[in-house]
Write a protein that binds this ligand. Structure first.
Ligand code: NAD
Length: 284
C-alpha cells in the first residue's frame, strides 16, 4: 500500500546554520524529503561545500543530495537527487531572495523564504511571483513567535497611546541584520494594532535625548551564542506590559519552516504568512 505522499524540498542556504538544522529536522519527517540543496559557490575562505553530500554536512547518514550552486537546474530536477521539487525553502542571504523568487515563479515551484533583512526588491519579486505560485515569507517560522505577534497586535490595539512601545532583540554574535527581522515584524504588528505607520513611527537605534512620543523603538544585543530572544515592552508612567519569546534551540525555526512548507506546497498561488498557516487569525 502506498504511504503518505511526501513533499520534495529544495533547500537554499543548505550548509548554513538554519540549512543544516532543517536538514536534521527533515531527516525525522515522514512527510518531507530534501531532494536538492543550493549554497553559494566556494570562495576559498570558508570550508568548501560544493559537491559535498548534505546529509554528511549535517552529521547524518549520506542523503544522496550533493550541494550545488545552480538554482534553475535544481528547480528543473536536474540537480540534487534528480527529482523535481515541490517547494523551495530559502534561508540564505537577502541579496539572493528576489532572483530566487523569480526563478521559483518561472519553474512553478512554491517558495517559503525565511531569510531576513529583505529589501524592497524582494517584496516586489514576492508580489509578482505570487501571481503564479504560493509564496510565504516569514522572518520567524516558530509557532511561538507567530502567536506573540498576534498578541502584540492585540495589546497595541487595546492600550492607549501613552504606552511607549520598545522592542528588544538578542541574538548570537554572527547575526548580520539589526534589529532582527522578527523584531521588525513585531514592530509592524504593534503599528498595525495601533493604526499607525510603522516606518514613520520607528525610532533610530542610536538615539539620544528624550523619547519621541508615539515612537516605536528598538534595542539590540548581539553576543555569544544566543539563539533568539524578543521582548515587546509597552511602558507608561507607573506600569509596563511585557510580552516575550525565548528560543533556546533553532530546531523550532526548522520544524516550523518544514511544517509550513508542507502546507504551502498545496496552496493556490498567492501571498501567505505563518498566521495563515497556523490559522491564528481567530485567536485574538
Ligand atoms: P548562515 O550564515 O549560517 O547561513 C546562510 C547560508 O546561506 C550560508 O551557507 C551561505 O553560504 C548561504 N548563502 C549566502 N548567500 C547565498 C546565495 N546567494 N545563494 C545560496 N546560498 C547562499 O545564516 P543562518 O543563521 O542559517 O541564517 C540564514 C538566514 O535565515 C538569515 O537571514 C537569518 O536572519 C534567517 N533566519 C530566519 C529564521 C526564521 O525563523 N525565519 C530563523 C533563523 C535565521
Amino acid at each position: 500500500m502506498a504511504g503518505p505522499v511526501s513533499k520534495k524540498i529544495l533547500l537554499v542556504g543548505a550548509s548554513g546554520r538554519m540549512g543544516l538544522a532543517i536538514t536534521r529536522a527533515a531527516s525525522e519527517s515522514r512527510q518531507l524529503r530534501i531532494v536538492a540543496a543550493i549554497d553559494r559557490p566556494d570562495d576559498g575562505i570558508r570550508p568548501p561545500v560544493q559537491g559535498r553530500d548534505l546529509g554528511t554536512l549535517a552529521g547524518l547518514a549520506t542523503l544522496g543530495v550533493a550541494v550545488g550552486a545552480d538554482l534553475d537546474a535544481a528547480l528543473a530536477g536536474a540537480a540534487g537527487n534528480g527529482e523535481t521539487p515541490d517547494v523551495m525553502i530559502d534561508f540564505s542571504s537577502p541579496t539572493a531572495t528576489a532572483s530566487n523568487l523569480a526563478a521559483c515563479a518561472r519553474a512553478r515551484v512554491a517558495a517559503l523564504v525565511g531569510t531576513t533583512g529583505l529589501g524592497a526588491d524582494a517584496e516586489a519579486a514576492a508580489q509578482s511571483a505570487a501571481a503564479r505560485i504560493p509564496v510565504l515569507i516569514a522572518a520567524n517560522t516558530s509557532v511561538g513567535v507567530t502567536l506573540l505577534a498576534e498578541l502584540v497586535r492585540a495589546a497595541a490595539r487595546a492600550l492607549p497611546t501613552e504606552f511607549d512601545i520598545e522592542i528588544l532583540d538578542a541574538h548570537h554574535r554572527g547575526k548580520v541584520d539589526a534589529p532582527s527581522g522578527t523584531a521588525l515584524a513585531l514592530g509592524r504588528a504593534a503599528a498595525e494594532g495601533r493604526g499607525i505607520d510603522h516606518d514613520a513611527a520607528r525610532l533610530p537605534i542610536d538615539r539620544n535625548g528624550p523619547r519621541r512620543e508615539g515612537g516605536i523603538g528598538y534595542s539590540v544585543v548581539r553576543a555569544g551564542d544566543i539563539v533568539g530572544e524578543h521582548e515587546v515592552v509597552f511602558a507608561a508612567p507607573g506600569e509596563r506590559v511585557v510580552l516575550g519569546h525565548i528560543a533556546t534551540d533553532r530546531t523550532i525555526f526548522a520544524r516550523g519552516a518544514l511544517r509550513a512548507a508542507d502546507w504551502l506546497a498545496i496552496q493556490s498561488p498567492g501571498r501567505y504568512s505563518m498566521v495563515d498557516f497556523l490559522g491564528l487569525k481567530t485567536v485574538v
